[in-house]
Design a protein around this ligand. Structure first.
Ligand code: ADP
Ligand code: MG
Length: 362
């Protein structure tokens, strides 16, 4: 599950437009996406749920830990927007949280803790941040391993970006939590030599910490948001559509940059943690691992998705095992395993042999 905070302490630079449209395009590419609205203005919520009844349960409740009340989980507030796209909504109540939780231990880790419960349900979590660096933004940063920093190319923006990157570096030092941040130039008016100079400056300055995609000014983006739909579902023939599609493509491309071990499906390998099973099933909603080592039990033997690769690590003593994957309810053998033998059901079981030496080495 990739976690991306869309963050900049400056208002009006395109955080919400970027969060909602990136989330929508990723969902179109068959990724399961959760958009978490962390801005008390609730613009992302309105931008996705405008024509439905406003949600009564919001992120406010997830943050509120009232004695005597059962805690509200993230799952309790999540609303389905459309296929592959859910939102955890927010409204103005959320603005009370920093004061309510002042001095409370662990208050910066609430979102991070809450996301644990949805791990495995989503490929992407995109967090829309408020226009300041307070408790809510810190929660977003601690819950995410990546950040997109939208920047409108004005004279003062560069200065703000420098401050923000310093904040991220400070967070990394203090908490050992590293956020890979990349700047995205938004609201690009084109033509003006001044703007071009600012963008060139950003690129020179940030050397690699920016997206190649530039989001142009496109009035359709604002129009779509006011109708409560992402641009992908509003207008396919405008700069806003092309640009956010390109941004999503760039984000998806980075999936390929994940560590090789997480990116590639392969025959089961013995690791220090146990035997690692992997299968490539980018469009599956659910994959389980069944074998003689778990009595061929499907329930409870869920595999975890990373990008399109599902994996599960199982502690197994050295030996010979038979196993199969269950992809959205369909049993299949491991296409990458060299060994298989027929089972009584007319299919093949994959066979895994782990030798003593392999286990000892690991
Ligand atoms: N590329 C764009 N072209 C035209 N209008 C945009 C663009 N990006 C954002 N806007 C508009 O600018 C305003 C601020 O954008 P928003 O995403 O809400 O910023 P933030 O969340 O950083 O405050 C909104 O009215 C939005 O519709
Ligand atoms: Mg916003």
């Amino acid at each position: 599950m990739r976690t991306i905070a869309v963050v900049n302490q400056k208002g009006g630079c395109g955080k919400t437009i970027t969060s909602t449209n990136l989330a929508a395009f990723l969902a179109r590419e068959q990724r399961r996406v959760l958009l978490v609205d962390m801005d008390p203005q609730g613009h992302a919520t309105l931008g996705l749920l405008a024509d439905t009844v406003q949600p009564s349960r919001t992120m406010y409740e997830v943050f509120l830990r009232d004695a005597g009340r059962p805690p509200t989980g993230l799952g309790d507030v999540i609303r389905v927007v459309r296929e592959n796209l859910d939102v955890a909504p927010a409204d103005i109540q959320l603005s009370a949280i920093p004061e309510t939780l002042a001095g409370r231990v662990g208050r910066e880790d609430i979102l991070s803790d809450a996301l644990v419960s949805v791990r495995g349900h989503y490929d992407y979590v995109v967090v829309d941040c408020p226009p300041n660096v307070g408790l809510l933004t810190f929660n977003a940063l601690k819950a995410c391993s990546e950040a997109i920093v939208p920047m409108d190319p004005s004279f003062f923006s560069l200065h703000g970006i420098g401050k923000l990157l310093e904040t991220l570096d400070g967070l990394a030092k203090e908490t050992d939590h590293h956020v890979a941040a990349r700047v995205l130039v938004t609201l690009y008016p084109g033509r003006s030599p001044f703007v071009k100079a600012v963008v060139d400056e950003v690129r020179r300055h940030l050397a690699g910490r920016h997206f190649e995609t530039v989001i142009r000014y496109s009035v359709k983006l604002a129009e779509a948001a006011s109708h409560g739909v992402p641009i992908a579902h509003y207008c396919k023939d405008c700069a806003g559509f092309d640009d956010y599609q390109a941004l999503a493509a760039e984000v998806l491309q980075q999936e390929a940059a994940a560590p090789t071990s997480e990116r590639l499906a392969m025959a089961p390998v013995v690791t220090a943690e146990g035997v690692r099973f992997t299968i490539d099933a980018p469009h599956a909603a659910r994959v389980q691992l069944a074998g003689d080592f778990n009595d061929w039990t499907v329930d409870g033997n869920e595999m975890e998705p990373t990008g399109g690769i599902w994996q599960k690590v199982v502690k197994l003593p050295p030996g010979r095992y038979r196993y199969r994957y269950v992809v959205d309810g369909r049993w299949q053998n491991d296409p990458l395993s060299a060994a298989a033998e027929p089972n009584p059901y007319g299919g093949d079981d994959s066979v895994l042999v782990t030798d003593v030496r392999g286990a000892d080495d690991a």
